[in-house]
Write a protein that binds this ligand. Structure first.
Ligand code: TMP
Ligand code: ASP
Length: 240
């Protein structure tokens, strides 16, 4: 299928979005840019966009094969994928299995604590406010999501966690936490949107504990691209 870009719509920190000749579909291009701490820290790493495009396409297609509806249509080339046009719900949905990152900083929870059940958090997508943590009641009161939306968001997020935890476990990777975004299709259905990649997840090697995600960039651990390549190598390897 050919996907002609039509109108440039939006440039984010890691992706660009175009409309297409086909109504109801967008083209997303993955950039080589990396940012952290609300873009206070920035870098460009050649090949990062291609890796995230491949990893995200693979994971979204995998979830679709397990009956999770997503915006993903197909990977077009090294950098681009076609997606259903959705309007993004202004919430970042974080699911955590192990304590690290902002949770430890905010609440003084011990790094590495394994939870008896996954924790779901909502953050308002607002760079000017630094994406603050919000409650479901904020989301309802200010109209960012309805009761029904929140029910669907919780159910899909926990299902995605179970599916991805198992997928990565088989590849000797611990899925520590991740961020999801949801969008509404033209027909009004809520579907999984955005990307799932080492930019938006934390992956720890099961045996060494090595960080295989954007924490290598956030914390200056070195060999960021090597970690992304390793995630793609393990994901794309044939299952034994
Ligand atoms: P946090 O511990 O910094 O809140 O991050 C939780 C998860 O969300 C982690 O897997 C990284 C991901 N994340 C994003 O994808 N985008 C963001 O802007 C932030 C802050 C975190
Ligand atoms: N994505 C955010 C940024 O661009 C924060 C992060 O992932 O750490 O700055």
């Amino acid at each position: 299928m050919s996907w002609e870009k039509k109108e440039f719509l939006y440039e984010g920190k890691a992706k660009k979005v175009w409309s297409t000749e086909r109504d109801g579909f967008y083209v997303i291009e993955y950039k080589d840019d990396l940012t952290a701490f609300n873009a206070q820290k920035k870098a460009t790493m050649e090949g990062k966009g291609q890796l995230n495009n491949e990893i995200s396409a693979h994971l979204l297609a995998y979830l679709a094969s397990r009956n999770i509806e997503t915006h993903f249509v197909e990977r077009i080339d090294e950098r681009k994928q076609a997606v259903k046009a959705v309007s993004i719900i202004p919430l970042e949905v974080v699911v955590r299995n192990i304590a690290t990152g902002s949770l430890c900083k905010r609440l003084g929870i011990k790094e590495g604590l394994e939870f008896p059940r996954p924790l779901l958090e909502l953050y308002l997508k607002n760079d000017a406010l630094d994406d603050p943590l919000v409650t479901e009641d904020h989301a309802l009161l200010f109209g960012w999501a309805s009761e029904e939306d929140l029910k669907i968001i919780r159910a899909i997020s926990f299902k995605v966690n179970e599916l991805l935890k198992e997928l990565f476990r088989k590849r000797s990777i611990v899925l520590v936490d991740f961020k999801l975004e949801f969008g509404r299709t033209g027909e009004g259905r809520l579907v999984l949107a955005d990307e799932i990649s080492p930019d938006t997840c934390r992956f720890w090697d099961s045996s060494t504990g090595n960080r295989l995600d954007k924490d290598r960039f956030r914390k200056d651990l070195g060999d960021v691209l090597g970690a992304y390549r390793e995630i793609w190598r393990r994901l794309s390897a044939k299952e034994e």
